[in-house]
Design a protein. Structure first.
Length: 223
């Protein structure tokens, strides 16, 4: 599970995240819903270990990941983070990017895992392509595949469907839903779109001005 206790992050006179507390169960799907500038991305970065909180704790799978005197690096938290921008390395093929985070495996096992993950995101056969040879939707799927390859226990998605047309967004939502079912990882999904939240999450946290303003169940009974 992931537990956040009184997490606060200030940027000078501005408080980006203001004493936020919540918990996610193992395998749960939670949407973080709010307008631009509400603190959604900052909160995700604090949970992933990409930024330091001014106060408060982050507990991941029962272990303190960040708090007074403690800062576990991102790669040790078993958390996968997908940014709004795909952030693919331009000099590497899709397959090389997906393989990048795989350690301690044989060459054959790495190749098999890369093939499996690319098939999950419907990019099988495109592993030899470079980022400039991908469409916008394919680039976002490649970034998702790279994040999934090391089998994270928790997946944080920061508006991965922003600025996509409705048809492509629908297909990617179905793809993400299928991945979550197969990989059995929990999800914290940042969006400002209530429709996306309703389709992917079983619970929604509403945030505004850096503070949680609501915690509502969605899709009760859904897996």
């Amino acid at each position: 599970m992931i537990e956040v206790r009184h997490l606060t992050r200030r940027f000078g006179a501005v408080t980006g995240v203001d004493a936020v507390s919540f918990a996610m169960a193992d395998g749960e799907r939670v949407a973080l819903l709010g307008p631009s500038g509400s603190g959604k991305t900052t909160l995700l970065r604090l949970i992933a270990g990409l930024d330091h909180a001014d106060s408060g704790d982050v507990i991941v799978d029962g272990e303190l990941a960040s708090g007074p005197g403690t800062m576990v690096p991102p790669h040790e938290r078993r958390i996968g983070f997908v940014f709004q921008s795909p952030a693919l390395w331009p000099h590497m093929t899709v397959a090389a990017q997906v393989a990048f985070g795989l350690r301690g495996l044989s060459t054959a096992a790495i190749r098999q895992r890369v093939d499996d993950v690319l098939a999950q995101v419907s990019l099988d056969g495109l592993g030899s392509r470079y980022p400039h040879e991908l469409s916008g939707g394919q680039a976002r799927l490649a970034a998702l595949a790279r994040t999934l390859a090391p089998r994270p226990r928790h997946l944080l998605l920061d508006e991965p469907l922003a600025n996509l047309d409705a048809a492509l967004k629908d297909r990617l939502i179905d793809t993400i839903d299928g991945i979550l079912r197969r990989e059995r990882c929990s999800l914290l999904y940042v969006t400002h779109d209530g429709g996306e939240a309703a389709r992917l999450a079983t619970r929604v946290l509403r945030i505004e001005g850096g503070r949680l303003t609501g915690d509502d169940p969605l899709n009760e009974g859904a897996p």
